[in-house]
Design a protein around this ligand. Structure first.
Ligand code: SAM
Length: 281
């Protein structure tokens, strides 16, 4: 089929496709949103695009018209023959039938230089996918993703607000964030219950803050936000360090142990975790 003619409703009807709620299947039916995702991702003909969850291939078709090549990763076995039938004859398209959480992205990326991830993500695995893509250290230039509005708000949150948490720290450590647009439930079939946001995460050349050991920093972040209501002191105590030395680390960092994790900036997490690193080594 001509890529321009790939339309969600028509393909759903043609193949009598049955949506699976548990796979987070809400397919896009609004052309303006498709355009905004592709333009927002700044796709050009040097780009290798990796797409997670192509559905019936509506967004994939738009990507194929602009990119050097597109590889889509789809978990649902019912969608594989549809995608092969509709998009298989495009030489710059390949399809991986797999759970995106189990894909080896290093192997997939190989020595490609301009790699961008674009996806209307299944909402039930949004956070684990973002965590995998960022922590894996893969060579992505950017991730342009449609996610639940609440998750986008958490990603973009500043200290001292209730949305600020481990996900905000993780994403802001690795990326600059750009909100592309809001998307209403009416732009999908079936309609989700929540509003969505298209956001682009541009990977920084190097992490936003310097740390002696980022593993320790993220341990501290996790401990702090797992116990949001408790003081940082109570959270930090779980990090297997001698109490007196921990007191010393807080003192040297200038960070009041009575503060809560949600008040700490990324820089402060880095400073405190560096002193914790020192007392552990
Ligand atoms: N890209 C299509 C669109 O915009 O219309 C479909 C997006 S739909 C929100 C999410 C897609 O992700 C579905 O096709 C679903 O089957 C697929 N999916 C769900 N879990 C997945 C996983 N773990 N790995 C890969 N694909 C998955």
């Amino acid at each position: 089929m001509d890529l321009k003619d790939i339309k969600t409703q028509e393909l759903v009807k043609k193949y009598n496709f049955k949506f699976s709620k548990s796979l987070g299947q809400n397919f896009l039916v609004d052309d303006s949103v498709l355009d905004d995702i592709v333009n927002g991702a700044e796709v050009n003909n040097d780009d290798f695009i990796i797409e997670i969850g192509p559905g019936v291939g509506t967004l994939t078709a738009q990507l194929l018209m602009k990119a050097k090549k597109v590889t889509s990763i789809e978990l649902d076995s019912d969608l594989i023959p549809i995608l092969e039938q509709e998009l298989g004859e495009n030489e710059n398209f390949s399809l991986i039938h797999k759970d995106a959480l189990k894909v080896d992205f290093n192997e997939l990326i190989g020595d490609e230089k301009s790699v961008k991830l674009v996806a209307n993500l299944p909402y039930y695995v949004t956070t684990p996918i973002i965590v995998k893509l960022l922590k894996g250290g893969y060579n992505f230039k950017s991730l342009t993703i449609m996610i639940q509005k609440e998750v986008a708000e958490r990603i973009n949150a500043e200290p001292n607000c209730k949305e600020y948490g481990a996900l905000s720290v993780l994403v802001q450590y690795y990326c600059d964030t750009n909100i592309i647009r809001k998307v209403s439930p009416t732009c999908f079939i079936p309609r989700p219950k929540v509003e969505s946001i298209v956001i682009r995460l541009d990977r920084l050349d190097k992490p936003r803050v310097k740390t002696k050991d980022m593993g320790i920093m993220f341990e501290l972040v996790r401990a702090g936000f797992n116990m949001r209501r408790k003081t940082l002191w109570n959270a930090a105590k779980t990090l297997r360090v001698d109490k007196e030395k921990l007191e010393e680390a807080f003192e040297k960092s200038g960070i009041d142990p009575k503060r809560r994790a949600e008040t700490l900036t990324l820089e402060e997490f880095a400073v405190l975790s560096d002193f914790i690193y020192d007392i552990r080594n």
